[in-house]
Ligand binder design. Structure first.
Ligand code: ZN
Length: 128
């Protein structure tokens, strides 16, 4: 496992950012999901209960269909945050997973969960 070459102070700042983000995501998820007790880090969108009238039922379905993609999106973000925090523990945070070079601090500031440096990302997404 390559050791992080980033400034420890910078890592500390990023860790605080990630931890704040984690709390935010979990709070957001807890509003309309419940934790899946069988799978760690998995959330299930709960079915809203507005009432038994047909328009209320229709509203419940609409809400559920809105919640589901949001749940998946937040869940993915939370997974990335947890992964980044875990990488900080083993010292691989901030290293590009493709070229093993440190990721630009500016990029990490903009997107703390980045796993690839700008040039690798560009190569991958063909935005040359
Ligand atoms: Zn790279």
């Amino acid at each position: 496992m390559p050791k992080t070459k980033l400034n420890p102070q910078f890592i500390k700042t990023m860790k605080e950012t990630l931890e704040t983000e984690k709390v935010k995501l979990e709070t957001e998820l807890s509003k309309f999901t419940k934790k899946n007790p069988n799978v760690d880090g998995d959330f299930e969108a709960t079915y809203p209960e507005y009432g038994d009238k047909s328009d209320e039922n229709a509203q419940e379905i609409t809400q559920y269909l809105t919640n589901k993609p949001l749940e998946m999106q937040l869940e993915k973000m939370l997974r990335d945050v947890n992964k980044a925090l875990k990488n900080m523990e083993d010292g691989s945070y901030g290293m590009c997973k493709y070229c093993d070079e440190p990721i630009e601090e500016k990029r990490l500031e903009a997107r703390p969960t980045s796993g690839a440096c700008v040039s690798c990302k560009k190569t991958l997404t063909q935005e040359v």
